[in-house]
Design a protein. Structure first.
Length: 499
């Protein structure tokens, strides 16, 4: 029978992979805190575990993002509208406190709003999040004071979401906890965290992926259903699991995940959908009727065309492009020389959803950051992509400053904004290309180079394939199957004791 000591050290706490070992950027950056991990470093003997360090770093970066919003908090959101763009500190949160009836105690989805937006245009769970924040906002004071408090309360709740994301990403790959620093230190994460309420869906998605990595498909499905009830994009992760479970023959686990997702989504949406269908469906109708908007290649086409495409045409073409991307990812999965990792496919599908969409709000980068850290944990590529996203973040606000400054034309003109969109698109495509290369050449994958198979894959990790197409179905005769160190009970350890 194993002792508690050997169980903890040999099974539940595998030796972590230090990023400074094979990542030149991480090695160089570690000089700020004393250099790379040495041969005789005592790992796991301090209260300062990787999870705790990364959470504190994430909270610190989140706080810096709050400071960056200070010029708007002190006035830019409430008067002198152009200053919230020139200072790049815009946020939807204080504006929608008044604009969506929370200041007037209107009930989302049930009470009709004055103005053009007759109902709240957000999914139900996000609407609940917004409503809870309004309950916690102190009454009294001016409209500006209430808007400031509402933003501040939301910021506190979103900070909890940021901490959850940091914990989940750090623990998903058990042997690579320090990859969580990619999320914690991502500049685009700090800059966009409080623009909108996307961190709620991102946190639920990260928790779902952690559950899948622990071999708990039902818990994964429930959390993914909640995430989909907060934002639409998480549902595409089911597409990634579909083709992976197809290749591995894990249909029962996929069924549990699918059932959990559907049940959780219905439980959240049903109580609103049945009695207030018009309010509940506003999000879906708004998404369909919304025209081409900021950040998409569709906007570049529309602003450079004398006869731009109609919204219906863009919806149809965008859907077809997304379906083509899904077919491409499925073909890649079923023909790759080795089954792709779950995080790799999740990143590719969410990136495809972003790239083909008719709008790209700057906070959408939050959807990809945790997935990128798990799919391609390489500091060079991650920072190249982040630099592109920061450039786009500045570009959209300077463009809005230009369009709202009248004859003064302060900011970035339309052509300049198109270049900013192009930088965002190219940065995302670059990271996608790196992930695809890792799938086609598994020996280049940083995770697999360290000896792991699919640490985020749960039941897929080290599972044999049952359905493969193309050359992947006929591996070379001299191919060596993947093997990882196994712990065998009763086998003698290095010190002669039984495990």
């Amino acid at each position: 029978m194993p002792s508690a000591e050997t169980t903890q050290s040999s099974v539940h706490e595998p030796d972590p992979v230090p990023p400074t070992k094979d990542d030149e950027v991480a090695r160089s950056g570690s000089e700020l805190i004393g250099g790379p991990l040495g041969r005789f470093a005592l790992v796991g003997t301090s209260w300062w575990t990787p999870v705790r360090i990364i959470v504190l770093v994430a909270i610190g970066m989140f706080a810096l993002g709050l400071v960056q919003k200070a010029p708007c908090y002190n006035g830019g959101w409430f008067y002198g509208a152009g200053s919230q763009y020139t200072h790049a500190c815009y946020s939807d949160i204080p504006h929608l406190y008044q604009g969506r009836g929370f200041a007037d105690d209107l009930v989302p989805y049930f009470d009709r709003l004055p103005g053009d937006m007759e109902y709240l245009e957000y999914p139900v769970l996000t609407g609940v999040f917004m409503e809870v924040a309004s309950w916690l906002t102190p009454d009294g004071g001016s409209a500006q004071t209430q808007g400031q408090w509402y933003w501040f309360v939301n910021a506190g709740m979103l900070m909890v979401c940021a901490a959850v994301i940091a914990v989940c990403v750090t623990r998903t790959h058990a042997r690579r906890p320090w990859d969580g620093l990619l999320v914690a230190l991502a500049p685009a994460f700090a800059l966009t965290a409080t623009i909108n309420w996307d961190l709620l869906a991102v946190a639920l998605t990260a928790a779902a992926m952690l559950m899948w990595s622990r071999g708990r498909p039902l818990a994964f499905g429930v959390l993914l259903g909640l995430a989909t009830a907060a934002k639409l994009y998480p549902v595409v992760l089911l597409g990634a699991l579909l083709v992976l479970c197809w290749r591995a023959g894990k249909w029962r686990d996929f069924g549990r995940a699918l059932g959990g997702t559907a049940a959780a989504w219905v439980v959240v949406n049903g109580p609103v959908m049945v009695p207030a269908f018009d309010g509940w469906s506003k999000f879906y109708r708004f998404s369909k009727e919304r025209g081409v908007d900021f950040g998409s290649f569709w906007l570049i086409m529309a602003q450079n065309s004398s006869d731009p495409l109609s919204t219906d045409t863009v919806n149809t073409l965008g859907t077809l492009l997304m379906l083509l991307c899904c077919v491409g990812v499925a073909a890649l999965t079923l023909t790759a020389p080795r089954r792709p990792r779950f995080a790799q496919l999740a990143f590719l599908l969410v990136a495809a959803f972003i790239l083909t969409n008719k709008v790209y709000s700057p906070q959408y980068v939050l959807w990809l950051i945790p997935l990128a850290a798990l799919a391609r944990p390489k500091w060079r590529d991650f920072l190249i992509w982040q630099a592109c996203e920061v450039m786009y973040f500045l570009g959209i606000w300077m463009y809005l400053a230009y369009t709202t400054s009248g004859d003064a034309h302060k900011g970035l003109p339309t052509d300049g904004y198109h270049w900013a969109i192009g930088v965002h698109l190219l940065g995302t495509l670059y990271l996608c290309a790196m992930v695809v290369r890792d799938i086609l050449m598994p020996e280049r994958d940083p995770v697999r180079k360290a000896g792991d198979d699919d640490p985020s894959g749960g039941v897929l990790d080290q599972a044999p394939d049952v359905f493969v197409l193309g050359a992947g179905a006929y591996p070379p005769k001299d191919a060596v199957p993947f093997e990882s160190p196994q712990v065998e009970w009763g086998a003698p350890g290095a010190d002669g004791r039984s495990l």
